[in-house]
Design a protein around this ligand. Structure first.
Ligand code: TYD
Length: 141
């Protein structure tokens, strides 16, 4: 069974001094954490991402503001999530096309990743992605 992109409810510790949420590897992210990066100061109307990874899995959290993440497994199940709360993470399995768009002013996207940065892990064209998925499915059946 192929994994699907899903929203993970992260722990939230409400406090009158300000709330706190946490991500711990193999606890509320289903992988060992290798890397974290963040996307910020995105001008209105710009998009980020627009690629897939062969091995990397990730959890995307809106630390501030809001934005959309469109995910597609290459099997006709394109779906868009709007992230706006710091206690939700979008888990994106490997082999998923994903694109971040419609950033609000001051939006900050935190991405927690299962792999170190590796340019060879990227699939940057949708055509290549569809071929990749077809081959993967062929090997599985
Ligand atoms: P990239 O993942 O290609 O972002 P986008 O798909 O939104 O354009 O990353 C942009 C640049 O940042 C790329 O040239 C490589 C660099 N980068 C790193 O060096 N390390 C990282 O962990 C990431 C995510 C990017």
């Amino acid at each position: 069974m192929k994994e699907e992109a899903t929203i993970i409810n992260l722990p939230k510790f409400p406090d009158r001094r300000g709330n706190l949420s946490v991500v711990e590897e193999n606890e509320n992210v289903p992988f060992k954490v290798a890397r974290a990066y963040w996307i910020y100061d995105v001008p209105g109307g710009e998009k980020r991402g627009g690629h897939a990874y062969k091995r990397n899995r990730e959890l995307i959290v809106a630390l501030s503001g809001s934005f959309e993440v469109t995910v597609d497994s290459g099997r006709g199940d394109r779906k868009t999530f709007r992230l706006s709360r710091s206690y939700y993470g979008l888990y994106v399995p490997a082999g998923t096309w994903r694109e971040l768009s419609d950033f609000s002013t001051n939006a900050v996207a935190l991405v927690i990743a299962s792999e170190p940065y590796d340019d060879d892990d990227y699939i940057r064209s949708i055509k290549q992605f569809k071929e990749y998925v077809r081959k993967q499915d062929g090997h599985r059946s």
